[in-house]
Structures are given as structure tokens and as C-alpha cells.
Design a protein around this ligand. Sequence first.
Ligand SMILES: [Zn+2]
Length: 96
Amino acid sequence: MFSLPGAAARGPRLSALGILRCSYKRVMDIKACGKCGAKWIDGQLYWSTGAKAKEEDLAGLVCNTLGDKQCINPMRGNDTGTTWAKRMDAINELDE
Ligand SMILES: [Zn+2]
């Protein structure tokens, strides 16, 4: 009897290049923000690079300044995450 060993047991492989590639048939819950391009896969937010992201950081860096009604980030308007101002402060501190 012909069979594919392990094919069904393997889960989706997550990598920077392959987060959308799925090795078995399963409907993934994928949402993308039309404004900033961030993706939520099964509730986890990823940057467009494929790295995991926090919704607060996305809000501080992108959605709070660029977002509008199109933005689907639930944390839009939240300022507890990182921002460019905070990043500049961190860089300036390193310079001193
Ligand atoms: Zn957004």
C-alpha cells in the first residue's frame, strides 16, 4: 500500500519566507491590514518581514500615524507600544 510517511502529521512550517505556505490542508485565519500591510495569522500579528509583532508596537510605529478607518489593528490609538520617538531616544542614548 502506497503512503506518504509523515505527510499528514507535519504541521505548518513557520519561517520568514514561508509563513503562508502550509504543508497540509487547513483553512488558516489570515487577516491583513489594507493600510499598513501587517498580517494576523490565527490571531498572531506578523510584520511584513514574517517576524512576530505586537499590536501595540504596530500601533505606535504605523497605525497611529498612518492608520485610518481602513486600519484593522485593534490596538490603533494605543500608545503603550514602541514609537519612532522612543526608538530615536534609545539611539540618542547610545550615542552619548
Ligand atoms: Zn494598520
